[in-house]
Design a protein around this ligand. Structure first.
Ligand code: NAD
Ligand code: MG
Length: 356
């Protein structure tokens, strides 16, 4: 078991605990920091039959008064309608400012629960119990919460920091290989950004045997970045490695290509482009592409540079006429590259050549 302590921008600290067989202990662990109160466990229709009973019992045994709300599994639950339904469920359970919400599930549940907890009564406390690799290495860290609007993803959101993150790696065993690969894409990204040892787990070892190590390394890097730049004015932009192309790819595929798979293609694109620009050695590019492929993820892009550039130009992250693209320099170091949006197509095009 590994415990990491994070400090929020408000100067409060909270634990991120990663280990085996944690779900049965999560109530006790939470009670060590939060006086038992009402707790509303929010989960989805896939996770509930697998883990809700264990989580419930754990909180009940620790003295909490437990309520649960189950939403349909899937991205569609990050909606205004489900948000509204969840607010009503909080009210129905007579949740007060001193009560607690718990997100038991993947990034969808984390974002939805965090957003609802941040709005209900102008903000109540919440904890995260991530059950996907993606939420463990990425979504549960950093305090970003959101729901989607008809106009686009994550358009309504707020920063609301959890009071604790408890990841039981045994719960990841019921994920599909595709879902594990989605999380791996963000972990590999983190390795390229700043942790060559994390990268090398995916390059050379069996990641299934190193989940606590992978998650705690990814958490350490992301938390360092978000502590320095909580609201993404500077270094937090680094976390968008591979994401400019990825967002375009997701949209062009009508979200048939999942986020992690799109991030892998996007990472491959900037990796090849960085070699062409002379800022990264070709050997490093080869290692990056091979490691992505070894993890069951794609490096080949099904779309044209011009279609992707058009979509990226209207992306909310593109401020005015310039865009910051993250380019790898070596495995473990990347740079922020500000450029005119008009040059994005050429950059994508240079990253599409020489498909591995
Ligand atoms: P998800 O929550 O939809 O989970 C993926 C699928 O796995 C779902 O069908 C879910 O029901 C199922 N599932 C979850 N845990 C399981 C388990 N242990 N066993 C079996 N099935 C399980 O999606 P995700 O990939 O975890 O997260 C994606 C979401 O996270 C997106 O909405 C994205 O915008 C968000 N996100 C947020 C941040 C952030 O900083 N807030 C960062 C990255 C991603
Ligand atoms: Mg991402």
């Amino acid at each position: 078991m590994k415990t990491q302590i994070l400090t929020t921008p408000q100067g409060e600290s909270y634990p991120i605990v990663t280990g085996h067989n944690l779900l049965a202990q999560v109530g006790q662990m939470t009670a060590e920091r939060i006086k038992p109160c009402r707790i509303m466990i929010v989960t989805d229709s896939n996770v509930a039959p697998l883990y809700l009973a264990t989580a419930k019992k754990s909180f009940e045994d620790a003295g909490f008064s437990v309520f649960a709300h189950i939403v349909p599994a899937g991205e569609d639950s990050k909606s205004a309608a489900v948000f509204s339904e969840l607010l009503e469920a909080f009210a129905e359970a007579k949740m007060t400012r001193t009560d607690l919400a718990a997100a038991l599930g993947g990034g969808v549940i984390g974002d939805l629960t965090g957003f609802t907890a941040g709005c209900y009564l102008r903000g109540i406390r919440f904890i995260q119990i991530p059950t996907t690799l993606l939420s463990a290495v990425d979504a549960s860290v950093g305090g970003k919460t959101a729901i989607n609007l008809e106009h686009g993803k994550n358009l309504a959101g707020l920063f609301h920091q959890p009071k604790g993150v408890y990841c039981d790696v045994d719960t990841l065993k019921t994920l599909t290989p595709h879902e594990m690969a989605d999380g791996a894409a963000e972990a590999i990204k983190t390795g390229i950004l700043g942790d060559p040892e994390l990268f090398s787990i995916y390059e050379k070892s069996d990641p299934a045997n190193e989940l606590v190590n992978i998650i705690s390394r990814a958490v350490a890097y992301k938390s360092m970045i978000v502590t320095e730049d909580p609201e993404e004015h500077g270094v937090r932009k680094l976390l968008n490695l591979g994401h400019t192309a990825a967002h375009a790819i997701e949209r062009l595929s009508n979200f048939e290509i999942s986020h992690g798979h799109a991030v892998s293609i996007g990472t491959a694109i900037v990796s090849r482009a960085a070699v062409k620009m002379g800022i990264m050695k070709s050997d490093d590019n080869t290692r990056i592409l091979n490691t992505i492929l070894r993890s069951g993820l794609p490096v080949k892009c099904p779309y044209s540079a011009s279609d992707m550039a058009k979509i990226a130009a209207v992306d909310k992250k593109a401020a005015a006429s310039e865009i910051t693209v993250i380019l790898p320099e070596t495995i473990g170091r990347c740079r922020m590259h500000k450029m005119p949006i008009s040059e994005l197509e050429a950059l994508f095009a240079s990253g599409l050549e020489d498909e591995a």
